[in-house]
Design a binder for this molecule. Structure first.
Ligand SMILES: *Cc1c(COP(=O)(O)O)cnc(C)c1O
Length: 236
């Protein structure tokens, strides 16, 4: 998963998948327009998934797309998403359990128009990141001088990647993580729509008893992440 639009460490994941003979599936729902070392997120695994939900960088109301270079897999996905009906002049034969996941043409038309704006959206969101970075620098770096222990840090992609900055993200220093909710309450009261990260799956009721490895890094990030207002309109 390319979280908040930040490309994951794909070289590491590709090597891991190769070593253990695993199929690599990329959740690129949040990262349309983000590149990992020049390659588009969602195109490096066996399969990638994009989302065009209303809260994503481009939308067509709902729905999404699969990305793959495997033609047989693409054909099968299309077959399953179009009720698994065999092509025939007049007979209705469904040869697998299929799904009605077709995107209506009206939504697709909106999606095409949105895609034309993707570059502009990504540019605006990068400008917004730069604006947040300079605000944070003014507020904290000058006060703390060269200290590596800034109270908050803006999440930025390494220079070899391009990030769509779908959601702007700050990370609280562990020493102030107890203040996250206080910060969320104060900023929301002041009219800034800040948000915590989504709850980790293993903390949700249906999965609390599911097997899992230790997830201390995810849990620490979850306690410390705050998403800032991120609309492309703010970066223009
Ligand atoms: C939005 C999102 C999804 C779901 O996409 P839908 O199009 O709403 O089904 C899946 N994974 C991630 C990481 C997302 O952000």
């Amino acid at each position: 998963m390319h979280t908040f639009g930040q490309p994951s460490d794909m070289d590491g994941l590709i090597a891991l998948a190769h070593d253990f003979n695993l199929a690599l599936v990329e959740d690129a729902a949040e990262s349309l327009g983000s590149l990992y070392r020049g390659r588009h997120t969602g195109t490096m695994g066996r399969l990638g998934a994009l989302s065009f939900n209303g809260n994503k960088i481009v939308t067509c109301g709902g729905g999404g797309a699969l990305l793959t270079n495997d033609i047989a897999l693409a054909d099968h996905a299309k077959h399953l998403s179009t009720t698994a009906k065999k092509p025939h002049a007049w007979a209705y034969v469904h040869d697998e359990v299929g799904y009605n996941f077709r995107m209506p043409n009206l939504n697709a038309a909106l999606g095409c128009a949105q895609l034309e704006q993707l570059t502009t959206f990504v540019e605006s969101k990068n400008k917004l990141t730069a604006a947040y970075a300079s605000a944070i620098e003014k507020q904290f770096v000058s006060l703390h001088k060269e200290s590596p222990d800034l109270p908050i840090r803006l999440l930025r992609a390494p220079s070899e990647n391009r990030c769509n900055y779908w959601l702007q993200t700050i990370l609280l220093h562990p020493s102030i993580e107890q203040q996250r909710d206080e910060i969320l309450a104060a900023t929301n009261a002041a009219g800034y729509a800040t948000r915590p990260a989504w709850n980790l799956l293993h903390t949700l009721a249906p999965y609390t008893t599911a097997p899992r490895a230790p997830l201390s890094i995810g849990e620490s990030l979850w306690r410390r992440i705050i998403n800032l207002p991120s609309s492309a309109g703010l970066g223009q």
